[in-house]
Design a protein around this ligand. Structure first.
Ligand code: HEM
Length: 442
């Protein structure tokens, strides 16, 4: 779909964008102000909201004109592989992310209620065990790609456990998701089938026997999700949680090991892991531009006419780094700015996400205290794509540690899978992480 009046759209794809998106946002800001025309794939255009106040106006539904329902937009897309790819990312599903009003409130309540039941200290213990088992796999080597070997597997294994599956099932889940997300054609389709099978079997197993886990709580929640809604809720939690959390972990580590203020904090406490996380959420939010919105009627918005059926993307990344942004003392976001969004669709799991990322990074830096990048940060490669800010690799070196050395180590006895890192955690054990019972269960 072509926007009516803006031929000089900025490109949110390709190498130039992946290398330095902030340079593109700055140029768009200079040329267009708070709202700029962009292409998210060849021939597929959108309005990118890059001003902080404009972003807040969309997210908080100022004027009541904003909607999350993409149906009118997606039916007008051409029949091309690029358009199909965008529909896969942005197309309508019966879930919280794509609904408004009472429908949204119902879907969202299931997610937020159930995440409230996850006990922080138990989630923390789960992340410690998963992190240590991963660190144990590379700690003796003295080098690692922390994106592939640490940041990506952590949320995946944690979600698999939160859903109430044994740790061994995360291998199949990981394979399905990486095939689905990174490959086209046959491999992608197979990944998608395998992912569907994972979710289907997961739900069937919990229908047959409930546990103290997210899946069972979703099934029994008083909102009474039907089978299809349940599948979409589980898929949304995994899709919305896995990739941004892994990117948050690797983006934060990359800042900590390349900035003296954080590096020195590993030994003398200048700035904390939490500070680094907030800085990553502000300057490089993992969901860089993944804020799709639509107008219900034609609107003149911060200088740009927007029509129904045109895609509007909130750029958390550009809005957060706007030079003349809101003064620090007027913020109530703890420094994360719009990294977790704002308004009715604000991330319902920001607390567990920060807990997962912080715990994982603290385990890593406590075991390996002299991490350094093997290439300058400016030379790190970022994954292409208009929606996320996510490192493709995070190569580091460090002084190796050994299983037989004295003191605390990732091989210490608390870790169930320490000696064989991918060893299964039994179903009983995974359920034991969360002994809270849902208030609505009998
Ligand atoms: C435990 C991990 C996470 C889970 C389960 C999760 C889940 C979700 C869900 C279900 C939504 C949709 C809410 C709604 O539409 O009402 C959402 C929104 C959002 N999440 Fe998260 N998320 C997680 C981690 C993260 C992380 C790490 C980030 C950023 C680094 C993030 C950023 C956002 C943003 C910006 C939105 C708002 C999207 C919008 O305005 O449309 N989330 N998240």
């Amino acid at each position: 779909m072509t926007l009516r009046y803006m031929p000089d759209a900025g490109r949110l794809y390709g190498e130039e964008y992946a290398r330095d998106p902030q340079a593109i946002y700055a140029e768009l800001r200079r040329r267009h102000g708070a709202v700029a025309p962009v292409e998210i794939a060849p021939g597929i255009e959108a309005h990118l909201v890059i001003g902080y106040q404009a972003a807040v106006d969309v997210l908080t539904n100022a004027g009541g004109v904003w909607s999350k329902n993409p149906s009118a937009w997606q039916t007008r897309l051409p029949d091309t592989p690029d358009a199909a790819g965008m529909i896969a990312m942005l197309g309508h599903r019966p879930n919280a992310l794509y609904s408004d009003g009472a429908e949204h409130a119902r879907y969202r309540k299931v997610i937020s209620d159930c995440f409230t039941l996850v006990q922080p200290h138990k989630l923390r213990q789960m992340v410690i065990e998963v992190s240590d088992s991963l660190i144990a796999q590379f700690a003796a080597k003295g080098e690692a790609d922390l994106a592939a070997e640490f940041a990506r597997p952590i949320p995946l294994r944690v979600f698999n456990l939160l859903f109430g599956r044994p740790d061994s099932d995360s291998v199949a889940l990981s394979k399905a998701l990486s095939d689905m997300m990174e490959a086209d054609g046959e491999v992608g389709a197979r990944g998608s089938d395998e992912f569907g099978r994972y979710i289907g079997e997961l739900i069937q197993s919990k229908y047959a026997q409930r546990g103290d886990d997210l899946t069972s709580w979703f099934i029994d929640h008083p909102a009474g999700l039907d089978g299809e809604e349940l599948v979409h809720a589980m898929v949304l939690v995994l899709a919305a949680g896995f990739d941004p959390t892994s990117s948050l972990i690797s983006n934060t580590i990359s800042r900590m090991v390349s900035d003296d203020r954080y590096y020195s904090s590993l030994s003398n406490g200048a700035l904390s892991t939490y500070d680094a996380l907030m800085e990553a959420l502000r300057a490089e939010p993992a969901m860089a531009n993944y804020g799709p919105y639509f107008v219900r009627r034609p609107v003149h918005f911060h200088g740009t006419w927007i029509q129904p059926a045109e895609l509007v993307l909130v750029s958390y990344a550009a809005a957060n780094t706007e030079p003349a942004s809101v003064p620090e003392e007027q913020r109530s976001d703890g420094g994360a700015y719009l990294g977790f969004g704002a308004g009715p669709h604000r991330c319902p799991a920001s607390d567990p996400a920060v807990l997962i990322a912080m715990t994982a990074i603290e385990r890593l830096t406590s075991h390996l205290c002299d991490l350094e990048l093997t290439v300058p940060r400016e030379e790190l490669l970022w994954r292409p794509g208009p929606f996320h800010r996510s490192l493709a690799h995070l190569p580091v070196r460090f002084t190796p540690i050994r299983p037989d050395q004295p003191g605390e180590s990732p091989w210490a006895p608390h870790s169930p899978s320490s000696s064989t890192p991918s060893a299964p955690t039994s179903p009983a054990r995974s359920a034991g992480y969360m002994t809270t019972s849902a208030p609505w269960s009998s």
